[in-house]
Design a protein around this ligand. Structure first.
Ligand code: HEM
Length: 399
C-alpha cells in the first residue's frame, strides 16, 4: 500500500510508481495558503520589524488551535445531546482530555511571544490599529459554546457583537452559539439524571441531608465542651456560618436566589448529581463521570490561566494605562475578566465546600451498590476437569 500523502523529497522512482496514488504533502495541508498568510505590515511600509513575524505566527497558531478545540467541543456537545449511553463516556473523556492538553499548550505559548520586548512591539503596533484579539470570532464562540452567558460578562464585553457588525456570517455563528445548548447546559441535564437521586429509590439527597445534620450536631457538641469562652464562641459562630452554607444547597429558594444573582449556575438537581458522583467516585459506574467533571474544571482553570498570562503580557507590552487597539481600557478591562463570573463550571469548584468526612458519607444500599457496579464475575477456578480441558484447548489454539 502506498501512502496517499507523499513528501516532495521522496525519491523520483517512488514518485513515478505512486503517480495516481494521492496528493503531495503540501497540497494536502494547503501549505501554499497557510505559509503565505504572514503579511508583515512593517515590511509593506518599508520599515521591516523582525518581531512582527513572530507576532503574526503566534496569533495564527492560536486561531488554529481554537479551531481544533471548537471542533472537539461541537462533537462532545453532539454526544451529550443524545440520551448519553455509558459506552460513549470514554469518547467524551478522550476528547475533553485532548481539549485540556491543547489549552495547556496555549497557556505556555504566551511565553514565546514574551521574548518580544515592548520596544520591539512599539515599532509595529501602530500598523495594527484597530485590529485586536477582541475581534477573535473563534474565542467568542468558544466562550459561548462552553456556556458563558452574556449577563456574566463585564459591561464592556457585553457589547462584543458590535465588532462583528458588518460581518453577516460571523453574526449568524454568534447567534447560533448563544441559542444552542452550551456544554454546561448539556452537562447539567446529564447530571440531573444521576442514578440514585430518585426520591422513591436510594434518595441520596435525603440521606446526605441527614448526614450533614449529624455532622453539625457533633460539631455543636464539641464546640460547647470547649472551656475557653473565647474559643467556644468563635467555634459556635463558625458553626452558624457553616449551617448557612449548607442551607444554600438544602433550601431550594436560597439556591434559586443564588442562581438569579449569577453566583451559582447549576440547577438544584444537577448540583445534587455532582455531589453524589464526588462521594461515590470509586464505584465503577461513577469513575468516568467523575473524570469528566475533573476535566471540565481543568478547562475552566486553564482558560483562566490563559487570561491571566495574557493580561500579564499585555501589561508588560503596553503598561496598565494605555487603551487597547480594540478600544477597551486594555489591561484594566482584561483584568476584570479574571473573575469567577467567567468560570462556566464554577459550581464544580465550589463542591468542596459541601464535602463531609468519609465516615459520614451515607453507605450505599446493596441494590444501589450492585447498580453502580460493573461486575467482571467471580475469579475463575481452573481446577475442574472441564476447565482443564478448556484451558488446554485454548492453549493449543493459540499455538
Ligand atoms: C503583544 C501581545 C498582545 C497584546 C499587547 C495584546 C493586547 C490586548 C488587549 C489590549 C486586549 C483588550 C481588547 C482591546 O484591544 O482593547 C486584548 C484582547 C484579546 N486578545 Fe490580546 N494581546 C496580545 C496577544 C494576544 C495573543 C497572542 C492572542 C491569541 C489569540 C490574543 C488574544 C486576545 C483575545 C482573545 C482577546 C479578547 C479577550 C477578552 O475580551 O476577554 N492576544 N489583547
Amino acid at each position: 500500500m502506498s501512502c496517499p500523502m507523499r513528501h516532495p523529497s521522496e525519491p523520483q522512482d517512488v514518485d513515478q510508481l505512486d503517480e495516481e496514488a494521492g496528493m503531495l504533502y503540501g497540497e494536502y495541508l494547503m501549505l501554499d495558503k497557510v505559509l503565505n498568510a504572514q503579511r508583515m505590515l512593517s515590511v509593506e511600509n518599508n520599515k521591516p520589524v523582525h518581531d512582527e513575524h513572530l507576532f503574526i505566527v503566534t496569533h495564527q497558531a492560536y486561531e488554529l488551535w481554537f479551531k481544533q478545540i471548537l471542533f472537539e467541543l461541537d462533537s462532545i456537545r453532539d454526544i451529550f445531546k443524545e440520551i448519553l449511553e455509558e459506552s460513549q463516556t470514554l469518547e467524551i473523556l478522550k476528547r475533553l482530555n485532548r481539549v485540556v492538553l491543547i489549552l495547556k499548550v496555549l497557556v505556555d505559548q504566551v511565553m514565546i511571544l514574551e521574548t518580544m520586548t515592548p520596544l520591539d512591539f512599539m515599532d509595529f503596533r501602530g500598523y495594527l490599529c484597530p485590529a485586536s484579539g477582541f475581534q477573535s470570532l473563534q474565542f467568542r464562540l468558544l466562550e459561548n459554546k462552553l456556556g458563558l452567558k452574556q449577563e456574566n460578562r463585564v459591561k464592556y464585553n457585553q457589547h462584543y457583537h458590535r465588532v462583528f457588525g458588518n460581518d453577516e456570517k460571523a453574526l449568524i455563528q454568534i447567534e447560533k452559539s448563544e441559542s444552542e445548548p452550551s456544554l454546561t447546559e448539556l452537562v447539567q441535564r446529564w447530571l440531573e439524571r444521576t442514578p440514585g437521586l430518585e426520591l422513591e429509590g436510594f434518595n441520596f439527597w435525603g440521606k446526605y441531608q441527614k448526614a450533614v445534620e449529624k455532622l453539625l450536631e457533633e460539631q455543636r457538641k464539641a464546640a460547647e465542651e470547649v472551656e475557653s469562652e473565647r474559643v467556644r464562641n468563635y467555634k459556635l459562630i463558625d458553626l452558624e456560618k457553616r449551617k448557612e452554607v449548607y442551607e444554600s444547597i438544602f433550601n431550594p429558594e436560597v439556591h434559586k436566589a443564588l442562581v438569579s444573582r449569577g453566583e451559582r449556575r447549576f440547577s438544584h438537581s444537577a448540583l445534587q448529581g455532582a455531589i453524589m458522583i464526588n462521594f461515590y467516585r470509586d464505584e465503577p459506574r461513577f469513575s468516568q463521570p467523575h473524570q469528566i467533571l475533573t476535566l471540565l474544571m481543568d478547562i475552566d482553570s486553564l482558560i483562566t490561566k490563559w487570561r491571566y498570562n495574557h493580561v500579564l503580557m499585555v501589561q508588560r507590552m503596553i503598561g496598565s494605562s494605555q487603551l487597547g487597539t480594540g478600544g477597551s481600557s486594555g489591561y484594566q478591562y482584561l483584568r476584570s475578566t479574571l473573575s469567577d463570573r467567567y468560570k462556566v463550571f464554577v459550581d464544580l469548584f465550589n463542591l468542596s465546600t459541601f464535602l463531609i468526612p468519609r465516615s459520614l458519607i451515607p453507605p450505599l444500599s446493596p441494590m444501589m451498590k450492585s447498580h453502580l457496579c460493573l461486575n467482571w464475575g467471580p475469579m475463575k477456578n481452573y481446577n475442574s476437569d472441564d476447565d482443564k480441558q478448556e484451558l488446554e484447548n485454548s492453549t493449543e489454539k493459540s499455538l
